[in-house]
Design a binder for this molecule. Structure first.
Ligand code: PLP
Length: 435
């Protein structure tokens, strides 16, 4: 394809004239891997077609929401019916209650839930609620975890142990992040020290239980257990950010996976998004009644939204959750994801490329490293140029994975065994050229 016939290239140039970087969210610009972003024309099932009409097996699924694949017939029907009844009312609807009931039914730690429009909003509001409920200001987050782009969360670790962070974005004044402590993920010593020195001032720990924004790094069971214990001992709240893992790694989210190893394990607040909206702008946060009732209009913690609980988004989310609640859904999805990961591992081993991978439910991650990393510094050891070659090799063979080293992948119910086999074969070819 020449530049004059490449529609993706033409659209990218047109987009760059009007939209900063040509995209409405930075990772879409392919900056980490180079080349021209694929402009999507349409999507169906496990595939999308770009502006040149080229078909790709899609392992991003809108960065997680499309757990049923694109255009699932029953979801489509529910959305079409909802659209006929009106786009937005700014007044309560029965469907919001149904969605809240459905979420609470599957996530036992959630007694009450507030719907919002993005994961950023949900995480930001959950932290405000944690601060409002405890009367404390400090929050603990972990390097490499992403909780959306609220100012106080755009922060990286300072030097030394258990330090306060520095803004990672221009436009965030240092004063805004002065209450955010940034610790190393899976580092027990740092979390102990943070609570030993500041325990009475910490409002909450916010954590991705499986960090999909470091590709795929699990919080170890002892680490999660200690986070829970320290929060309970010091009167802080444990906030699990399950925007990515919720209704994706299991019907009950990552918290249900940890509860298997830690009986009775529950976070205080859960942040959700992605799958609960089925591809529409919808997110939520929830927890016990006593905490959630601190929210306006009942309590002093303000939170609001013009489009919150949008009737079309809730229809899409509800229809999606109904499908995934089928008892056979997650075992089948997990088995498919596992066969992809095992196939990729075997292909890498055959060709001698260092490769480590992990998965849970319909979420997976891999690293061009000999072992799975446990925290951000070890994730940073990944070979970025080599990843770029793998990414483009797969793209040339019709397989679309995240255009960045630090992002998880997603398998949907629409991916067939043939799609998985074709993906593994494509990876085998590319691994040969990397070896
Ligand atoms: N939290 C986590 C764990 C996420 O992965 C993301 C987005 O990828 C967010 C929060 C922010 O969600 P949104 O992009 O909907 O604002």
């Amino acid at each position: 394809m020449t530049p004059s016939t490449d529609r993706n290239q033409q659209l990218f140039e047109r987009a760059r004239a009007l939209i900063p970087g040509g995209v409405n969210s930075p990772v879409r610009a392919f900056r980490a891997v180079g080349g021209t972003p694929r402009f999507v024309q349409r999507a169906q099932g496990a595939y999308f077609w770009d502006a040149n009409g080229t078909k790709y097996i899609d392992y991003i699924g809108s960065w997680g929401p499309m757990i049923l694949g694109h255009g699932h017939p029953r979801v489509l029907e529910a959305v079409q019916r909802a659209v006929q009844e009106g786009f937005s009312y700014g007044a309560p609807t029965e469907r919001e209650i149904e969605l809240a009931e459905e979420i609470a039914r599957h996530v036992p730690s959630v007694e009450m839930v507030r719907l919002v429009s993005s994961g950023t909003e949900a995480a930001m509001s959950a932290i405000r609620l944690a601060r409002g409920a405890t009367g404390r200001s400090r929050i603990v987050k972990f390097e490499g975890c992403y909780h959306g782009h609220a100012d106080a969360l755009l922060v990286k670790a300072g030097s030394g142990l258990a330090t306060f962070g520095h803004p990672t974005s221009a436009g965030v004044p240092p004063e805004v992040v002065q209450h955010t402590m940034v610790l190393e993920y899976n580092n027990l010593q740092q979390i102990e020290e943070a609570f030993a020195t500041h325990g009475q001032e910490i409002a909450c720990i916010v954590i991705e239980p499986i960090a999909g924004n470091m590709n795929f790094v699990r919080a170890s069971v002892p680490f999660m257990q200690r986070c829970r214990e320290l929060c309970t001992q010091h009167g802080a709240l444990l906030v699990l950010d399950e925007v990515m893992t919720g209704f994706r790694v299991a019907l009950g989210g990552a918290q249900s996976v940890y509860a298997k190893a830690l009986p009775g394990f529950k976070p205080d607040l859960t942040v959700m998004g992605k799958v609960i909206g089925g591809g529409m702008p919808l997110a939520a946060f929830g927890g016990p009644r006593a905490i959630m009732e601190r929210l306006a209009p009942l309590g002093p913690v303000y939170q609001a939204g013009t489009l919150s609980g949008n009737p079309v988004a809730t229809a899409c989310g509800l229809a999606t959750l109904k499908e995934i609640a089928d008892p056979g859904f997650f075992p089948a999805l997990a088995q498919k994801t596992r066969s992809l990961v095992d196939g990729l591992k075997a292909a890498a081993a055959e060709t001698g490329v260092p490769f480590a991978a992990d998965c849970e439910g319909g979420m997976f991650g891999f690293f061009l490293l000999p072992e799975l990393p446990q925290n951000y510094p070890s994730v940073m050891q990944s070979d970025a140029p080599r990843f770029g070659r793998l990414f483009h090799g797969l793209l040339d063979r019709g397989v679309y994975i995240a255009p960045a080293l630090y992002e998880a992948g997603f398998v949907s119910a629409a991916h067939s065994e043939e799609d998985i086999a074709a993906t593994v074969q494509a990876a085998r070819d590319v691994f040969r050229s990397l070896a």
